[in-house]
Write a protein that binds this ligand. Sequence first.
Ligand SMILES: Nc1ncnc2c1ncn2[C@@H]1O[C@H](COP(=O)(O)OP(=O)(O)OP(=O)(O)O)[C@@H](O)[C@H]1O
Length: 443
Amino acid sequence: MPQDIHVGSPVWVEVPQLAWTGGVVTSVNENEVEVEISDEKKVTTKLSKLHPRDVEAPAGGVDDMTKLSYLHEPAVLYNLAIRYGMKEIYTYCGNILIAINPFQALSHLYDLKLMDSYKGAQLGDRRPHVFAITDVAYRAMITEGKSNSILVSGESGAGKTETTKLIMRYLAYLGGNATAEGQTVERKVLESNPVLEAFGNAKTVRNNNSSRFGKFVEIQFDRRGQISGAAIRTYLLEKSRVCQISDPERNYHCFYLLCAAPREEIERYKLGDPKTFHYLNQSSCYDLVGVDDARDYIKTKKAMDIVGISEDEQDAIFRIVAAILHLGNIAFAKGEEGDSSMLQNDKAKFHLQMTADLLMCDLEALETTLCKRKVVTPEEVIKKSLDPSAAAINRDGLAKTLYSRLFDWLVKKINISIGQDPDSKCLIGVLDIYGFESFKTSR
Ligand SMILES: Nc1ncnc2c1ncn2[C@@H]1O[C@H](COP(=O)(O)OP(=O)(O)OP(=O)(O)O)[C@@H](O)[C@H]1O
């Protein structure tokens, strides 16, 4: 709480909608303060809720917020807003870079000329930029001979994935030579993106293409500082989304892509309208504006070709995706014995049959797995019957495990295709992980 606020002090005061607005204190009465915010409009608030305002701060804001007289929330937000208004999306706070999503292509910010200008420059010599941060990480790696990491964090839709791609582009510029490895590795990492996105991204309230997993991209370098390999590690895939989605979000893209596949494939996997699948119809959102799922299905398959996933493997992948959709439609009813369950109807039997066919497993074994739980005691193994709701939970557990194993397998395959360098001297890791989101309930 500022001690020196008195009548006439310029302050920031919290107001609905605007978050913060500037004003001048007109009266102080113990803890109650009256602030004139504009056109003789006044608000009354507690002294502890006010922040001092620097009236001498530069009109165009500052490019490094450690230069601000006051480093509190309203000062930071105001500075970022002024700069954003001037299309300056990057601002430093010491050696941390803050990037504001421009939601429009700013190609002049990322061209070759600009990359040249950041090469070897000291942090702060040039305008704040993601290339400057990357350059510092690279130079430190070269001079100290130690690996380095860049952490990219922010809430959903903030621009983490785009920023990660820009970091990789700049590292390829620094550590690649036009004909060889650097470019190839960067290209391979980027080319694997559509595959990762089809299986790890989904539409959320904030972002139509939200990554629902954390990603650590390792760019490996040899002794000359040239890129010699790369690897992608993934974390914390949001498994619950496979079985549970809320309106107006979507499940993982791959489910909708497969439902929009050419007729031959739809018949092979006995699919149809996404509205007929329990794992998709919990939300009323099926289509995305500007996205053609049928076209993206073909694009994903092409990306799979590029990363070396064979036709047979692609069939196996989509069989699992289809099996998960059928699995979700296996509904249970109360069985004859107490606390037991059985398939609800012929429709459930059809989906069980389809799941077993697609997963190439025994139908009865699958049914038993869903309706019973194995309890291992020191003496024996008991099969305990499950009531319909426990069987549904069991079914969802299987769907989640199948999906996350499939995702892990894809990542492994992508890494083989990109190629790691076992003798790499150092690496730069880029961690793209969501943060700052607070949910009412954590799933
Ligand atoms: N630097 C940028 N220039 C232009 N557009 C951008 C930039 N950064 C982000 N965007 C736009 O914002 C959208 C969302 O960004 P992005 O997918 O990178 O967010 P994210 O933080 O990774 O979100 P999530 O955590 O949900 O995956 C992008 O699809 C792109 O349209």
